[in-house]
Design a binder for this molecule. Structure first.
Ligand SMILES: Cc1cc2nc3c(=O)[nH]c(=O)nc-3n(C[C@H](O)[C@H](O)[C@H](O)COP(=O)(O)O)c2cc1C
Length: 221
């Protein structure tokens, strides 16, 4: 035992002492905990997907496995477990709407993600309003600041989840978030939320805009 300890200490000194002389006294041995492969890309959105082509069929499922996959044509995906009540509705109709969520929609977002349309009428029970979309039969959720109308192009059966690869056919933005003077859409005024490792969060303070890292500083006269 003592021999093993001596060897280990000797080995560490052999590595650390030369590295300290290069990097200075701030050098520390880093350690990482190794986990088995899993889903750890966070934070993610937590969106409400509306589905169904007739009112009796309308449903909402909360989804975090979602994202943009192409700009032109505008394409995105959602990954859904085949056991979800919404799965067959989306598959049958070949369309759905991605409704972005906000701090004031956090409770209903979670509720729609822990209750099934098998037992609940989620729109009416959560006080959400279905309104007609522009290009598809699936309704938008009126209370959401942005509704993205999607048509399914391909379904990839990956394993636990099937990925619906879809084309965006229209985007609806709530007029109350447009700046009266500049005309710019101010999504952050709606307090969007994200989902990170099992918890919901608001977005935090502004850090910088796209490209700020390479922007030239304004010269003072
Ligand atoms: C924050 C959050 C994210 C979720 N993300 C997914 C997801 O990406 N894919 C999925 O199949 N289920 C996801 N779920 C689970 C479904 O929303 C949940 O099983 C829901 O009750 C299914 O509704 P339905 O049976 O009416 O279709 C998520 C739930 C929550 C709360």
């Amino acid at each position: 035992m003592i021999k093993v300890l001596q060897y280990s200490i000797g080995y560490l000194c052999e590595i650390c002492i030369p590295l300290r002389s290069i990097f200075g006294s701030n050098f520390k041995i880093m350690s990482k905990v190794l986990w088995k492969p899993g889903t750890m890309i966070y934070p993610l959105p937590a969106v409400m997907i509306s589905c169904g082509s007739v009112p009796e069929e309308y449903n909402i499922i909360t989804i975090s496995w979602t994202g943009t996959i192409c700009t032109d044509p505008a394409m995105c995906y959602i990954s859904v477990r085949p056991g979800r009540y919404s799965y067959n509705i989306i598959k049958k109709n070949g369309e759905y709407v991605i409704n972005l969520t906000t701090k004031s929609l956090a409770f209903v977002t979670d509720w729609c993600g822990v209750n099934s349309g098998k037992e609940h009428k989620k729109f009416s029970e959560m006080g959400l309003t279905p309104v007609p979309a522009s290009k598809i039969k699936t309704p938008l959720i009126k209370e959401s600041p942005v509704n993205i109308e999607c048509i399914v192009k391909e379904i990839k059966e990956l394993g636990s989840h099937h990925m619906f690869i879809s084309e965006v056919v229209a985007v609806n933005a709530d007029e109350k978030y447009f700046d009266e003077i500049t005309g710019l859409f101010k999504l952050n005024d709606a307090h969007p939320i994200c989902y990170s490792h099992g918890k919901y969060y608001e977005t935090g303070p502004f850090i910088g805009k796209f490209g700020y890292s390479v922007e030239k500083k304004k010269m003072k006269r």
